[in-house]
Design a protein around this ligand. Structure first.
Ligand SMILES: Cc1cc2nc3c(=O)[nH]c(=O)nc-3n(C[C@H](O)[C@H](O)[C@H](O)COP(=O)(O)O)c2cc1C
Length: 170
């Protein structure tokens, strides 16, 4: 098989769309991450920058856009909960990706440890304590220690090149 060489591009303001599209080649799962704001209201957003960092100690990370409405809540409140979405939860991903939408009125949830909202349904769940905020350009990277986790299982929802996908099967 022959492969044509792609041109090498240097990141710049003009190329930001191209950079975004190229980063989108990296397929990910989809999560909804929740916390509580300073007034005790639930806050949450769809996130695909979630990743594992360390097993011992148990650490995970994700990055939050500094412009997001939940930014203050997530960088102030000590705890957050990560919910890995199942393939049949695309509507939940769309709901939590809506800016300032009434997100918690439209899903089943309850108050988990430390008052953090926990969704009834997901493929996996991690309750975390934020241990560090790391400066990352227009985002902030949140490093969290996993305090509790559960794995209800199910097929995961995937995201690739700006579109939802499902596993093709083994
Ligand atoms: C699949 C997907 C993944 C996303 N991943 C992130 C992410 O990792 N970090 C982020 O800040 N926003 C991410 N977003 C965008 C937020 O979900 C979106 O901006 C949301 O409206 C923020 O909510 P808020 O502004 O009401 O707090 C993602 C959206 C989608 C659809």
């Amino acid at each position: 098989m022959t492969t044509e060489r792609s041109p090498i591009i240097t990141p710049s303001a003009q190329q930001s769309r191209l950079l975004r599209d190229t980063l989108g080649q990296f397929a990910t799962g989809v999560t909804v991450i929740t916390t509580q704001d300073s007034e005790g209201q639930p806050a949450g957003m769809t996130v695909n920058s979630f990743n594992s960092v360390s097993l011992d100690p148990a650490l995970v990370l994700w990055s939050i856009d500094k412009q997001s409405l939940g930014y203050e809540a997530f960088t102030t409140r000590e705890h957050f909960a990560v919910h890995v979405l199942r393939a049949d939860q695309q509507h939940v991903s769309n709901l939590f990706a809506g800016r300032g939408a009434d997100k918690f009125g439209q899903v089943h949830w309850f108050e988990g440890p430390n008052g953090i909202p926990r969704l009834d349904e997901c493929a996996a769940y991690f309750h975390c304590r934020r241990v560090q905020c790391i400066e990352g350009g227009d985002h902030t990277i949140l490093l969290g220690e996993v305090l509790e986790f559960a794995s209800p299982g199910g097929e995961p929802l995937l995201f690739h090149r700006g579109r939802y996908r499902a596993l093709a099967g083994d």
